[in-house]
Unconditional design. Sequence first.
Length: 474
Amino acid sequence: MTAIALMFAVNITAYAQFAGGAGTRQNPYQIATVEQLVQLATYVNVADTNYNNKIYILQNDLDLNVEPYNTGKGWIPIGKLVTWGNQQPFKGVFNGNHKKITGLYINDTALNFAGLFGLLAEGATVRGIGLENVNIVARDYVGGVVGFVFTGEVRSSHTTGRIEGRQWVGGIVGGTDVTEIALCYSTANVSGSGLLGGIAGDVNENSHLSDCYSTGNVTGIHDMVGGIAGRVSHESSLSRSYATGTISGRWEVGGIAGVLAFDNTLSNCVALNLRVTETGGTDEVGRVAGANHESTLANNAAFINMRNKDNNTTWNNKGADEIDGADITSQTIITDGSLGGRFGAPIWTVENGKLPGLLDSTVDIPKHLHEQMTSIRTVSDNMVVRVYPNPTQGELRITNYELGIGNDNIGANPRLLSEVEVRVRSITIYDISGRFVGVYYLRSAVETTIDISHLPTGIYFLKIGDEMVKVVKN
């Protein structure tokens, strides 16, 4: 067979294994079926150099909840490590094309490097893939998208479901060296022994994680447990990310990162967790970071009502550049979708009454972040606002506020309000999601009656001065 004929035969074989393409940037191999995804894993796992460094694009949503991939040990990851000297990593580009793979199942407690991909290396990239309803139980280096990345990147991907391992376990990536993780989110619950994170178990050796969020719980038996990353170490960074789940471990437990170890930066993050607890009896726990060793924290915040192991809200290291972060209230969370200006366009989608989101969507605010708005609060040092009847069928009477000088330009006959100290001039109403409903301008310095009978039944918040009052409309 001539060289030209042999080349033609090889190309025909490759084309037959996939839905089309040539593995190039201009014409990537097309994966349209589960069988073609399995074929990619087969090529990579036998170190076939004709395929493991090519470019692939996913053409369709795929369902892995079918035999034999949902029984026994389940899915065999793409890329593996036999020994540290014998590796078969994926080295190419996998473009998920914003498609979804559902039902990824792995049940092998002896398996290291587990996920849709087991091992990426040499600049490999995985982007734009959604993995939903994953159910993964493995050993070390376990992630929903990839178990371990050595020089590469994971972008614009998400996971839902359950991920369990021993160490180096994350909702997106188990562990990293020299890696970029960005624009990812996970709602998966993560559990194991240690080095656990809602996005990444370990962000290590000049790796960088940015613009991610996690809403799942992270539960560890031992140390280095965080809402986003279990550990950030050796000249790495974590920025512009938030977490809302419950985080627990024995020590080095944080709402964003379990521990910062040696020349790292954690910045512009917000810990919105319901609870962060350690069971080891140490002080290595924090609302933002559990422990800080020779690293920098900058402009971070944490939910003011976050609970600790004693079920109270006492935290001793508050401050934007400290491990407990600066306080952020329910009022700010609900009425400022950027969370204090930390999240915004073009990367984040922001809407007041929602948490920031990715891919042109926002995130519903979890119930616990409304916790602070459950009682009438003081508007000034000497007065407490009264709002009654509450619950109401429609009419609300509001007293004990203080009006001030200002132009009342509402109505047919604008007038100057009575000359008392400026305090409160209007009442703004938001629904339970923080969306603006309406505003009422105050005309009396003694008492105001407003009518909300036109509003649907539900819970609303009245912003009076700098405080909020919860109202139930029946």
